[in-house]
Design a binder for this molecule. Structure first.
Ligand code: GLP
Length: 243
């Protein structure tokens, strides 16, 4: 628990720096990092860019897999997760384009796109560290309430609560929020060797309490990490309101 979002960003970015540095990745043995979008990781990305600019951190041998992407909006739409990631992180660091992986929400065959994504993760030997955020309904990636806790990458219909929560990025217009997304599954996150979830703000306080003080439930999908051998939540004081 950190005092505020700046404290969380500093802690998480510092941790990522340490993990990558200790791992000492090479082209043959890259560090495989899972990444979220949303406002929660923004401060962390800013700090990672600062570390890179200060010469403390290179992403030359880092491979990334993003958690999710909307279906049916163009890749260059300002609110696509492709645009988000390039804007806030990838364009500002020395990552190689071929090492960046994002689901294609416009693929002709969406089911195949999801299968191929899982195979790609496997081909890199799995994800070393998966960073994540959660929705106010406790979803991780786009694993909405009711998702199987064993789920792998697939297409999901967004819950009404998520459409409302994410409408702030679409000018507050519910109609403009995509109805579907491609998302890694809860099982995909659980298969990572380490999971680190960033939880900020009072709007996430009920979800945080459900996640760590109640049992594991597919209605609060982030609660699955209770069974992960190496998982950690980094949150601000506001998010702890219901604990
Ligand atoms: C979306 C994403 C999630 C993310 C959530 C929270 O629903 N699919 O991966 O965790 O937003 O976003 P924010 O951090 O902006 O609250």
């Amino acid at each position: 628990i950190e005092d505020d979002s700046d404290g969380v960003a500093a802690w998480v970015a510092g941790y990522v720096l340490k993990r990558i540095t200790d791992f000492a990745p090479t082209a043959e043995r890259p560090f495989v990092l899972g990444l979220p979008t949303g406002s929660s990781p923004l401060g962390t990305y800013k700090k990672l860019v600062e570390f890179h600019e200060a010469g403390k951190l290179s992403f030359a041998n880092v491979v990334t897999f993003n958690m999710d992407e909307y279906v049916g909006i163009p890749e260059d739409h300002p609110e696509s997760y492709h645009s988000f990631m390039w804007k806030h992180l990838f364009s500002k660091i020395d990552i190689k384009r071929e090492n960046v992986h994002l689901l294609d929400g416009n693929a002709k065959d969406l089911a195949k796109e999801c299968e191929d994504y899982e195979a790609k993760i496997e081909s890199f030997g799995g994800i070393e560290l998966f960073l994540g955020g959660i929705g106010p309904d406790g979803h991780i990636a786009f694993n909405e309430p009711g998702s199987s806790l064993a789920s792998k990458t697939r297409i999901k219909t967004l819950a009404y609560d998520t459409i409302v929560a994410n409408s702030r990025f679409f000018g507050g217009d519910l109609e403009k929020v995509p109805r579907m997304a491609l998302t890694v599954g809860v099982g995909t996150v659980m298969a990572a060797r380490e999971v680190l979830i960033i939880i900020l703000g009072i709007s996430k306080s009920i979800a945080l309490a459900k996640c760590i003080e109640e049992g594991i439930s597919h209605m609060w999908t982030v609660s699955a990490i209770q069974q992960h051998p190496c998982a950690c939540i980094v949150c601000d004081e506001d998010a702890t309101m219901e604990l």
